[in-house]
Design a binder for this molecule. Structure first.
Ligand code: C5P
Length: 218
C-alpha cells in the first residue's frame, strides 16, 4: 500500500553535518554521521520514490538508486534545498545544520600570532523553515534532537517552522540518536502523536517513511 503511494514521488532529504569554513584550512562542524538521513533515503527508495540526498560531508556510501548532491556549508545546503524542494513531494530535514557560520571567512590561513583570538559568528538560514514557506511546499518533515521536555519543544518547532510533521528524539538517552546505530522517535503532526520504539536506524526509517506516506495522503 505504502509502495503504491510512494512510487514515482520525488523525495528530497538533507543529511549529515555542515562544515562552516574559518579560513582555507579550518572549519567548524559537528559529530552528525548522516546515518539516519541515509537510512530514510534508502527506505524511501525501496518504496519506489525518486530520492535526492543533499548531503554534508559523511563517510557513508550512497544508497542504491538515490541521487546525491554533496555540499559543505549551510549556505550551500540552503541553496540546493530551495532549488530542489519546489518540485518535491516530500522534504525531510535530517541534517545537523550548524546554527552559526563565520561572519568573515579569511582568504589566507590565519596565523597564530596572538595569544587570544575571537571569531564572530552569524546565524545561518533555517533551511527547513524556508522550504516550509514555499508556495509549492512539499510535505515537510523536520527533526528535533532534545535533551529534555521532548514533546513540548518538538511541538513548538512544528508550529514555529510551519512543518507537517516532526520526529523528535531524546539525545540524552543512552544508545540512541546522534552517531548511534539505533534510534527511537516520537513523531508529531498538528493533531496526532506516533511513537517509534528503539530499533536500528534502518528499521526506524522504514516506519517513519511509511508514516510519512500515509499522512501525506490525508
Ligand atoms: O531548530 P533546530 O535546529 O532544533 O531544528 C532542527 C530541525 O531543523 C532539523 O530538521 C534540522 O535539519 C532543521 N534545520 C534546518 N536548518 C537550520 C537548522 C535546523 O533545516 N539552519
Amino acid at each position: 500500500y505504502a509502495k503504491e503511494l510512494a512510487k514515482g514521488q520525488h523525495w528530497v532529504i538533507t543529511a549529515g553535518p555542515t562544515r562552516e569554513p574559518i579560513d582555507p584550512v579550518r572549519y567548524i562542524s559537528n559529530h552528525s554521521s548522516g546515518k539516519m538521513g541515509y537510512a530514510l533515503a534508502s527506505a524511501a527508495s525501496k518504496l519506489g520514490a525518486n530520492v535526492t540526498i543533499i548531503s554534508g560531508p559523511v563517510t557513508l556510501p550512497t544508497p542504491d538508486g538515490c541521487q546525491r548532491v554533496d555540499v559543505e556549508s549551510a549556505l550551500c545546503m540552503h541553496e540546493q534545498a530551495l532549488a530542489l524542494a519546489p518540485q518535491a513531494d516530500v522534504f525531510i530535514a535530517c541534517a545537523a545544520v550548524a546554527d552559526y557560520r563565520i561572519a568573515q571567512v579569511a582568504d589566507q590561513k590565519i596565523k597564530k600570532t596572538n595569544d587570544e583570538m575571537t571569531i564572530n559568528l552569524v546565524k545561518n538560514p533555517d533551511i527547513v523553515a524556508d522550504v516550509a514557506k514555499l508556495a509549492s511546499k512539499p510535505f515537510t518533515v523536520g527533526f528535533a534532537a532534545e535533551t529534555q521536555d521532548v514533546a513540548t519543544y518538538a511541538k513548538d518547532k512544528l508550529a514555529r517552522k510551519n512543518l507537517d510533521m516532526i520526529a523528535a528524539n531524546d539525545v540524552s538517552a543512552e544508545g540512541q540518536g546522534f552517531n548511534s546505530d539505533n534510534n527511537a522517535l516520537s513523531v508529531f503532526t498538528s493533531t496526532e502523536q506516533f511513537d517509534i520504539s528503539l530499533a536500528s536506524k534502518g528499521q526506524v526509517a522504514e516506519q517513519l517513511v511509511s508514516l510519512i506516506v500515509k499522512q501525506n495522503k490525508k
